[in-house]
Design a protein around this ligand. Structure first.
Ligand code: NCD
Length: 320
């Protein structure tokens, strides 16, 4: 099973066949996770450190469970209460942790590019758990797995990604992945929340939900990233919900069997109507969470295999 990378920093460097490999392995880890004895020794003897420089509930829990299910020694570092507050630089923190010889480093950071920088300073495998507005590769992979299982395929689907595109690393990683797998991607949202160079990605852009959702197979809603906004991007939450919040009237424009997704955490009544989010016939939000654990197990397993074979042969520079 090929996945020739030392790190998982983004979807950008992945080949479509590698994406398929991660998802195939993740399917097997869904079965393991549903079994009474949820345990493999794929990461036995390895140390996984989760470093979250930004708040996270589900992603951190998901990586922790994934590591434990595969037998790794998992440690969570609360970076909010760490030496960063005492003025230590990111690089010094990385070098200190590196000296403790972890094998897998899972990093979330508020600045785009910070995880790539850190990866260049350590000699373990680094997984990006979200960096600023840049990438969130395991989220895009778990979304892809959820779509593939719900729709039976991951190509030639019409997928509408809606809402705060400009501030969203989830949107960015997803549109790269879904484009690589030859889907039709539409971005729907107010012009103030649309990135300026969006044309480069080969996507269709809409500022009207009815038009953007017309005939869609998948409707992916995004959280309004208020913590990344420094001004008036929307007139008011009420107005935003009226124009862009997913309710049954807007959803009626999508295909009758369209699925509804949201990466969480959700703002009910802002970007999505709570009834739709809870509708088990339409919403796959809980499946996304379940697939998250399986995808992270698969990603860490594949990186650990590379790490082990690299250490065995002791050759350097063969992986990117
Ligand atoms: C996303 C994130 O952190 O980028 N959440 C997540 O990983 N579950 C999306 C968000 O915060 O809105």
């Amino acid at each position: 099973m090929t996945f020739r990378h030392r790190h998982l920093l983004g979807i950008e460097p992945l080949h479509p066949a590698e994406i398929t490999n991660v998802l195939d392995l993740a399917d097997r880890y869904v079965d393991l996770s549903r079994a009474p004895h949820k345990r493999s020794d794929a990461l036995a003897g390895l140390t996984q450190i989760n470093m979250f420089f930004e708040n996270s509930t589900r992603t951190q829990a998901s990586f922790e469970i994934a590591g434990k299910r595969l037998g790794a020694d998992v440690m969570n570092m609360s970076m909010q209460a760490s030496s960063i507050k005492k003025g230590e630089t990111l690089i010094d923190t990385a070098l200190t942790l590196n000296a403790m010889r972890p094998d897998l480093l899972v990093v979330r950071h508020p600045h785009s590019g910070a995880v790539n920088l850190l990866a260049s300073k350590v000699n373990c495998a680094v997984l990006n758990a979200g960096d600023g507005k840049h990438e969130h590769p395991t989220q895009a992979l778990l979304d892809a797995l959820t779509i593939r299982r719900a729709k039976g395929r991951l190509h030639r689907l019409t997928i509408a990604i809606c809402g705060d595109i400009a501030h969203s690393r989830v949107a960015r990683s997803n549109l790269i992945l879904l484009g690589k797998m030859e889907n039709r991607v539409r971005l729907v949202g107010p012009p103030t929340l649309m990135p300026s160079q969006i044309g480069e990605f080969g996507v269709e852009v809409y500022d009207d939900m009815a038009k953007g959702l017309e005939g869609a197979d998948v409707v992916m809603m995004l959280r309004l990233q208020k913590e990344r906004m420094d001004g008036g991007f929307i007139p008011s939450e009420r107005e935003y919900y009226h124009r862009y919040g997913l309710d049954s009237e807007k959803l009626a424009h999508a295909k009758p069997d369209a699925i509804v997704m949201h990466p969480g955490p959700m703002n009910r009544g802002v970007e999505i109507d709570g009834t739709i989010a809870d509708d088990i016939n339409r919403s796959v939000i809980q499946e996304q969470v379940e697939m998250g654990v399986a995808v992270r197990m698969a990603a860490m397993d594949l990186l650990a295999r590379n790490l082990r074979s690299e250490r065995d042969t002791n050759t350097e520079g063969t992986m990117v």
